[in-house]
Design a protein around this ligand. Sequence first.
Ligand code: NIG
Ligand code: FE
Length: 420
Amino acid sequence: MKRLLVKNIGRIVGIQPEGRLRICGAEMDRLETLDNAWLLAEGERIAAFGCMESLDGVTPDEVVDAEGGMLFPSFCDSHTHLVYAGSREQEFLDKIHGLSYEEIARRGGGILNSADRLHETSEEKLYRQAMERVREIIAMGTGCVEIKSGYGLSTEDELKMLRVIRRIRETAPLEVRATFLGAHAVARAYRGRQAEYVDLVCREMIPAVAREGLADFVDVFCDEGFFTVEETRRILDVGRRYGLRAKIHADELAASGGVEVGVACGALSVDHLERAGEAQIEALRGSETMPTLLPGAAFFLGMSYPPAREMIRAGLPVALASDYNPGSSPSGNMRMVVALASIRMKMTPAEALHAATLNGACAMELSADFGSITSGKVANFFITKPMPSVEFFSYAYQTPVIRRVFLQGRPIITLPDPMA
Ligand code: NIG
Ligand code: FE
């Protein structure tokens, strides 16, 4: 097995003990670090790490000098829609001119617009467009990503999307999880016949997806103007029978009941939560469901931000994800997401980093193997140039500090220093 040694690391950030699968409440602010350190990867896993003084006796095949930069665990982005065709700048203009997300959706724009484009685009072209976005997020430090379907809205096109996600999983060096989101919007052909569309999702799409083993999770856009609590419950129940655990879009546009139904159905996560309040925090308390916040969407749509501080004060874990999609968050930049979490939701940089790594991994059922610097976990990490503090990473959020990216113990990207 190939042994890769990283030496002269100024600070290792995001160390966790073995067996910790998520991090909650006040604990989120305690970032464990090690200064002046080395890290050894054996094959795809982290074998050991320690202080430079203790380096004697390590015999690697390859040595990388971190030159005093910091080493972070890769981001685990647990909510994206990064497989889509084309882009939607027209709606960007519509928003600038005053239309809301709901108004655009009601006019047949939004998700239905992306569905039309996806229908016309071949699987090969979709794959190529999505891989450009995958390469982009890898360069920005992401090592695990969840990708949803939901721009197909017919059995054939949903399968097409999920096959593209499977191909990304097989060919890209990052870890991928797939979510079936047939209930993202009612397909144009079913306008006015929402119940029939939900039947299609339950009776045809989910069985077809399961037959090909194309998804790990099932998601529903449970919100005003989209799917109701009853429809959500039905879809999640069918999903469960086919082995798909739930993740839900909840409380983005209105207090939708999505959190409550998600917790009742044992959802892995409930995501968005811009409109969530005390009642939803209460519903989440004591559950296994991860509240996942997407500040990039609140930023792009000019919405209010979810109550992160109240959640942490209540002892809940919180995850952060990008929501990378053409309509509400055309960016997969997790560094921007952690910066926004601090700037707009008053999460400390330590809380935001835990939310974007270990807790994000937990929201994909991946935290036993990803999301922190822990011996035995997959060696997914990135190295920065020397920084004055960990906080600098969020504070100077546009300064290009990420220098090298490693996934599965292998060097993937070395970025040039634009200042050199
Ligand atoms: O997470 N809210 C629903 N779905 C996406 C937006 C999808 C789109 O507009 O294309 C979201 O924000
Ligand atoms: Fe989303």
